[in-house]
Design a protein around this ligand. Structure first.
Ligand SMILES: Cc1cc2nc3c(=O)[nH]c(=O)nc-3n(C[C@H](O)[C@H](O)[C@H](O)COP(=O)(O)OP(=O)(O)OC[C@H]3O[C@@H](n4cnc5c(N)ncnc54)[C@H](O)[C@@H]3O)c2cc1C
Length: 525
């Protein structure tokens, strides 16, 4: 009898989970071991912390994910250095690459670069927006038919809800007003619409937000036969990929608490450890193609907050609707969003992706004397994401002579917007003003349109990009297999090769679906 094949997946975010699930569902006997450096936050592995309604418990779960910027107890347990006072603060649940303490990475030109270290990865903290890429955002060397299959599967894995918050009257009013306002830039099929999200809407109109647990699905269901072939090891780091020539034979794993190391052998190895730590682990393991870490892109973000004006929206919403909306919001104290709209990337008239989230309470602290403190019509958080065209010089690079706080070759991120990109992010303000005029008015101060510091998007792409040919401008082939290696795959936003504005996770899951199917077909050979 032949031995059941064994696959090691490094990283427990949505992409590692996609590989694990697709492999186990498609192969009758394969086993998968997943290594995750961070701790498990919730009873259900990888669940969204937004579903924790107790403020203290939610804050604790987020703090546990913050690596060197975690709470003191978690850092002490993992022997991590202390955060330097006075450094920038990352989004809750994440930690900065350039956190400023001993062994910190360097990211002066990309200061908000942030990552998460926990079971479920950033997928336990994300906003859950899962729109599809459109026009030139799509990868031109993958056929439409193939892409349609992969992205449809990705929507199933993430349980994409294409008409979320159907019961939100103000969400509907915002959508109607923006559809009217942006008629001139829309096409028949691409126009302002619901923002699809990974979430399950409950009968009372609240959401169970999707975390990586959605993708794990049967793998974390007690008694499910697939769960018996899946092992998730938290607080376990992949220190190095092990090779025999160009064949990966497993990984050197390390207990994150004790530092104890052991070899874990495998027939295939998948690295899905985010867009900066995947190239770092490849580099540390001697896999150093020219494009590794290069062609870094993200979505430059211009943020604004709009105070809704009941008078301007009276065609679409009544006074009673605002009261009903506040009641709906009270049901989800852990997450104040109750209506979501998107103005999509429309080429060439609107080269941006806008996300408009309705909240009943001010999205940031307002001065005590602000007339908007108890604003009865609520607010729209309106963020416009732009595109960054891939260039070799935007990169995360690694230094063998300087180790980071985990003992890896330390990383430096170099990144710069070009004139074209700066102009696009200046031009975006026209659309932002139009949206504000249609819905109400910008909240003075923090709510005025402002270009956020590089790294703010949390969508880092291109650093281990896929490509159609091995010409030095990509790290992996179109099935995410590292060029020149027999059985080493990567996954994550780093595989995305295009300049795009769309939130990347759905696209990365679709790319990973293709990778997993290729991997399984090789196991079958
Ligand atoms: C606040 C927030 C909001 C977001 N909103 C959206 C959104 O609305 N839509 C969207 O598309 N995207 C969003 N994102 C981004 C989204 O979460 C990521 O695209 C997604 O999680 C990427 O999945 P991944 O599996 O590639 O990586 P991650 O989720 O980052 O997981 C990688 C995991 O690998 C682990 N790891 C790293 N190195 C090692 C090692 N050596 N050994 C073992 N484990 C290791 C890490 O600890 C981590 O848990 C958001 C992110 C955040 C933080």
């Amino acid at each position: 009898m032949t031995k059941a094949p064994h696959v090691v997946v490094v990283g427990s975010g949505p992409i590692g989970a996609t590989y694990a699930r697709e492999i186990l569902e498609a192969h009758p006997t394969a086993t998968v071991t997943m290594l995750e450096l961070g701790p498990q936050l919730t009873e259900i592995p990888g669940a969204s912390v937004k579903n924790i309604h107790d403020d203290e418990k939610r804050a604790k779960a987020r703090a546990m994910s913050q690596g060197p910027q975690a709470d003191e107890a978690t850092r002490a347990k993992l022997g991590l250095p202390y955060l330097q006072e006075g450094t920038l603060t990352a989004r809750q649940g994440t930690h900065l690459v350039d956190f400023g303490g001993p062994g910190s990475g360097h990211a002066k030109s990309f200061p908000m670069a942030s990552i998460a270290t926990n079971v479920g990865g950033q997928g336990a903290h994300w906003t859950c927006a899962v729109p599809r890429p459109e026009f030139s955002e799509k990868i031109d060397f993958i056929s439409d038919e193939d892409w349609e299959q992969s992205i449809s599967r990705a929507e199933v894995l993430l349980r994409a809800n294409k008409t979320p918050f159907k019961k939100s009257p103000i969400g509907a009013a915002i959508r109607a007003a923006l559809t009217e306002e942006f008629k001139d830039i829309s096409t028949e099929t691409v126009h302002p619409y619901f923002l699809p999200v990974s979430a399950e809407e409950q009968p009372n109109g609240t959401m169970i937000w999707g975390g990586t647990d959605f993708v794990f699905g049967p793998l974390i269901e007690k008694g499910n036969p697939l769960a018996e072939r899946f092992t998730l090891k938290s607080l376990t780091m992949a220190r190095k990929i092990l090779f025999e020539g160009k064949k990966a034979i497993g990984v050197l794993m390390e207990d994150a608490v004790t530092g104890e190391q052991s070899e874990l052998l495998a027939d295939k190895v998948v690295i899905a450890a985010d867009a900066v730590r995947t190239p770092q682990l490849l580099w540390a393991s001697g896999v150093r193609p020219k494009a590794l870490g290069h062609y870094l892109t993200e979505h430059p973000v211009c943020f604004s907050a709009i105070a809704l004006d009941g008078e301007k929206l009276k065609k679409y919403a009544s006074e009673e609707d605002y009261v009903a909306e506040k009641e709906l919001a009270k049901l989800s104290p852990g997450d104040p969003v109750s209506g979501v709209t998107r103005v999509p990337f429309i080429e060439p008239s609107h080269p941006y992706s806008a996300q408009i989230m309705y909240v009943t309470k001010p999205p940031f602290p307002l001065p005590d004397d602000s007339p908007l403190k108890d604003h009865k019509y609520g607010f729209a958080m309106a963020g416009w994401g732009g595109r960054k065209f891939p260039r070799y010089e935007d990169a995360v690079t690694f230094d063998d002579n300087e180790l980071d706080y985990r003992g890896f070759p330390n990383m430096t991120i170099e990144y710069e917007l070009t004139e074209r990109e700066i102009k696009e992010m200046e031009d975006v303000k026209v659309f932002m003003h139009r949206a504000a005029d249609a819905l109400g008015a910008f909240v003075p101060g923090m709510g005025m349109p402002r270009l956020m510091a590089p790294g703010t998007s949390l969508h880092y792409m291109g650093t281990h990009r896929i490509g159609p040919v091995d010409d030095g401008t990509s790290v992996c082939d179109d099935t995410s297999k590292v060029w020149g290696y027999e059985n080493l795959f990567t996954g994550g936003n780093g595989t995305i090769p295009t300049a795009n504005c769309v939130n990347p996770t759905l696209t990365s899951v679709a790319i990973a679906v293709r990778g997993a199917h290729k991997l399984v077909s090789e196991l079958n050979d």
